[in-house]
Write a protein that binds this ligand. Structure first.
Ligand SMILES: Nc1ncnc2c1ncn2[C@@H]1O[C@H](COP(=O)(O)OP(=O)(O)OP(=O)(O)O)[C@@H](O)[C@H]1O
Ligand SMILES: [Mg+2]
Length: 250
């Protein structure tokens, strides 16, 4: 067992409708080592994030957050551990009927531990961190795609997590939006947050991560650094990094 704080999967199997999504899968996210999971569409990247959060139950194998194996436990008994992780979902998943400020603050309001003034201060601080404080009273429908992503990140930060999961945070953004997200992730890392991203976007992956996991047909086909990945002789990895005519219609 690694002595460093981490989130882990061991020997994990997960199927949907008889199709194996993960088979005997081992995964390690160590605190302070930012990682990206790469893989083609439908390979199971989002599923990994949900399993790590305990939102899905594996068919076999285990998930551990820090010292606690959460597999098989009722959700209420691992809420403390789960609170150490925040997720920015694919698409942002903001509540359309709430303002930006309400979206960022709603969990704190629900918990009822802080006064309204304290919550407002935190909401403003998080929105300012992501550069959209001026949008406090707007509704999600009034925001650009890039702003929505940043509000979703502000909401994730409100709980002051140790780990932040990003599901395709740059999909659909223009180059400036992508640059903004990369910069935000790097600032969060400088503040001691550990990021785990799933994406197809190699530029963002290499700009924000030290380690890479390549998922292919339910298995981890590659794990290593950017250098190691670029030198890899594994055909699927080479193909992913630089598709050629061979990649057409396969
Ligand atoms: N609720 C569900 N019911 C049936 N099949 C599902 C369900 N959720 C996911 N799947 C299937 O499981 C596989 C893995 O899905 P997942 O969303 O994890 O892929 P992904 O790698 O995140 O894809 P993308 O890059 O497109 O987001 C896909 O083939 C998907 O069709
Ligand atoms: Mg996905």
């Amino acid at each position: 067992m690694n002595s460093r704080d981490s989130i882990r999967m061991e020997g994990l199997c997960y199927s949907i409708g008889g199709r194996k999504i993960l088979e005997d899968f081992d995964f390690l996210l160590e605190r302070g080592v930012n990682r990206t999971i790469l893989g083609v569409s439908g390979s199971g990247k989002t599923t990994i994030l949900k399993l790590l959060l305990g939102l899905l139950d594996p068919d076999s194998g285990t998930v551990s957050i820090g010292d606690l194996c959460i597999t098989g436990l009722p959700e209420a008994s691992f809420m403390q551990q789960r609170k150490r992780i925040a997720i920015v979902f694919q698409g942002g998943a903001l509540f359309d009927s709430m303002t930006v400020g309400e979206n960022v603050g709603y969990r704190m309001f629900e918990e009822g531990r802080l006064s309204e003034g304290e919550i407002t201060a935190i909401v403003r601080e998080k929105l300012s961190f992501v550069g959209v404080e001026a949008a406090l009273d707007l509704y999600p429908a009034e925001l650009s795609g890039g702003m929505k992503k940043r509000v979703a990140i502000a909401r994730a930060l409100a709980a002051d997590p140790d780990y932040i999961f990003f599901d395709e945070p740059t999909t659909g953004l223009d180059p400036i939006g992508v640059y903004n997200i990369c910069n935000l992730m790097q600032r969060l890392q400088a503040e001691g947050k550990t990021t785990l991203m799933v994406t197809h976007d190699l530029v963002t992956a290499f700009a924000t991560s030290q380690r890479f996991t390549f998922l292919h047909q339910a298995h981890m086909l590659f794990e290593g650094s950017e250098e190691e990945m670029k030198r890899s002789r594994i055909p699927e990895v080479q193909e992913f990094l630089g598709p050629t005519e061979r990649s057409l219609f396969i």
